[in-house]
Design a protein around this ligand. Structure first.
Ligand code: BES
Ligand code: MN
Ligand code: ZN
Length: 507
């Protein structure tokens, strides 16, 4: 899809569809947009005024109104998308407008549309960048569909994709750069997020640990970063034995993926670690059949790290980043680890495996401990780690925990800015009690109470003194309900948040 910034009045622009956000309360004289909109209204035969003044269209969040041109020139159609009260206006609302634009374009079979943040967003250059970025993200994310495994494309898939997106900015000049930069950022981030969605929705008989390693290598070549893949022999040599214990039940070969992106010499890297369980049956502590098919998305943390590495490299951020992905499959078999087994780990701590379904923390513990060799400036892991996170925060927020409050605060802010909200849970030392084992240094499950916290407590035992934070995306990686830019299915959660955080650290 080609994205172009245009400077023009909305009544002048020649496009099959112009999409505009619309604030509630616009019927009040003081809230009316500029004269440029009177000209647009004129081209639409004053239907805009009538719809708004008559109260048919109020601009509530998600409300839409499609109008057709009457005059000689101007856009063929105008789609108004309500964004609610001006005071509540946020990039997220504009991302939703982008999503509505994408789905309406698809319904109308248009391959070319134009949108503008202008009527809702009057402020300076920085805000313009954020606004354009959010709308472009919404369009690119809203466009995404997964059709590759149907033998015949269905009706929906036969509709043509968007080839051209125009971003209309009303007054040129200083704002040129803000709009261009915002559009580019939005495009790169949303494309990386769509890529993460695609990895998560592909089934486990396609996406296995070897497949993830292949994807990392492909991305490294295309976007320019170094990729090293450890096979079983090398994983053994490195002493990642907790990871191997999880892999033991599966015939799929495990892989440990190391991605190194770097520009600055002699600067300690940021480390991103993603849980890559390509299928989680629970192992011998077998899950029940309902929803087990969903556990193909238990590699969403890995997908987020792959997506983030891709975007970071494409944006050529001036920063050093290492991405680590322990990739395994968690299945029951005659070779699988048993509940009660005591296993070793990269840190040499012994672990009593009381529940083989608490496998994510085992592979992450090894990967986080492995990361010490980079002496990271900070390290963030991301994982579909606990069902308890869904109980605690639902599908609205990423669980956020860590051993360094400044880092945790940075991630919360990055979450707010990127529209992927994260909410902190405490790691008070009293929770450690739940992880004590009768026979080993630690056990891998603390039972039902505070399951998200105790999982993070477990991880904290393997990070030593490195600044570390943990993102639990169990509730946000898969959408059960469709949203304006999100169909039911994988969300690509964490890509935008991680990139926002890394961007904040880049010089
Ligand atoms: N992958 C699951 C967590 C999960 C559950 C993610 C539902 C997304 C949706 C994880 O490996 C797991 O099984 N966790 C257990 C831990 C328990 C055994 C201590 C859980 O949450 O039940
Ligand atoms: Mn599990
Ligand atoms: Zn899992």
């Amino acid at each position: 899809m080609n994205i172009e910034i245009t400077f023009s009045a909305p009544s002048q622009i020649d496009t099959p569809l112009l999409v505009l956000p619309w604030c509630q309360g616009r019927e009040r004289q003081a809230e009316r947009p500029s004269r440029e909109f009177d000209a647009l209204d004129e081209a639409l035969g004053l239907t805009l005024t009538r719809a708004v003044a008559g109260g048919d269209f109020r601009g509530q969040r998600g409300e839409t109104l499609l109008l057709y041109r009457r005059g000689e020139s101007g856009p063929d159609r105008v789609l108004l998308v309500g964004v609610g009260e001006r005071a509540d206006l946020s990039p997220e609302r504009l991302r939703e407008v982008g999503g509505h634009a994408a789905s309406r374009a698809r319904e109308l079979r248009l391959t070319e549309i134009c949108l503008s943040p202008a009527p809702a967003w009057p402020a300076g250059p920085l805000e313009l960048e954020l606004a354009v970025r959010a709308m472009v993200e919404g369009v690119v994310l809203g466009q995404w569909r997964f059709e590759e495994l149907r033998s015949e494309p269905d009706e929906e898939a036969r509709r043509p994709p968007l080839v051209s997106l125009g971003v209309l900015v009303m007054d040129a000049g200083v704002r040129d750069e803000a709009a261009t930069g915002g559009a580019e950022l939005g495009r790169v981030l949303a494309a990386a997020q769509n890529y993460a969605r695609e990895l998560a929705i592909r089934p486990s008989n396609i996406v296995n640990p070897r497949y993830l390693a292949g994807e990392a290598q492909r991305l490294g070549e295309e976007f320019g970063f170094k990729v090293t893949v450890l096979d079983r022999g090398k994983i053994e040599k490195e002493g990642l034995v907790a990871m191997l214990a999880v892999a033991a039940g599966s015939d799929e070969e495990p892989r440990f993926i190391v991605m190194e992106y770097g520009r600055a010499e002699g600067v300690q890297p940021l480390v991103l670690v993603g849980k890559g369980v390509t299928f989680d049956a629970g192992g011998l502590s077998l899950k029940t059949p309902e929803n087990m098919e969903k556990m193909k998305y238990d590699m969403s943390g890995a997908a987020a790290v792959l997506g983030a590495m891709r975007a970071i490299a494409e944006l050529q951020l001036n920063v050093n980043v290492v991405g680590l992905i322990p990739a395994v499959e968690n299945l029951p078999s005659g070779h699988a680890m048993r509940p009660g087994d005591v296993i070793g780990s990269h840190s040499r701590k012994t672990i009593e495996v009381v529940n083989t379904d608490a496998e994510g923390r085992l592979i992450l513990a090894d990967a986080l401990n492995y990361a010490a060799r980079y002496e990271p400036e900070a390290m963030v892991d991301i994982a579909t780690l606990t069902g308890a996170c869904i109980v605690a925060l639902g599908h609205q927020a990423i669980g956020l925990m860590g051993n360094d409050q400044e880092l945790v605060d940075e991630l919360r802010v990055a979450g707010d800015r990127s529209g992927e909200r994260a909410w902190q849970l405490p790691l008070w030392e009293e929770y450690r009690e739940q992880m004590k084992s009768e026979v080993a240094d630690i056990k891998n499950s603390g039972g039902r109470p505070a399951g998200t916290i105790t999982a993070a407590i477990f991880l904290s035992e393997f990070v030593g003194s490195m600044p570390w934070a943990h993102l639990d995306i169990a509730g946000t990686a898969w959408a059960e309900k469709a949203g304006p830019y999100q169909p039911v299915g994988p969300t690509g959660a964490g890509v935008r948040l991680l990139c926002e955080w890394v961007r904040g650290r880049a010089s």
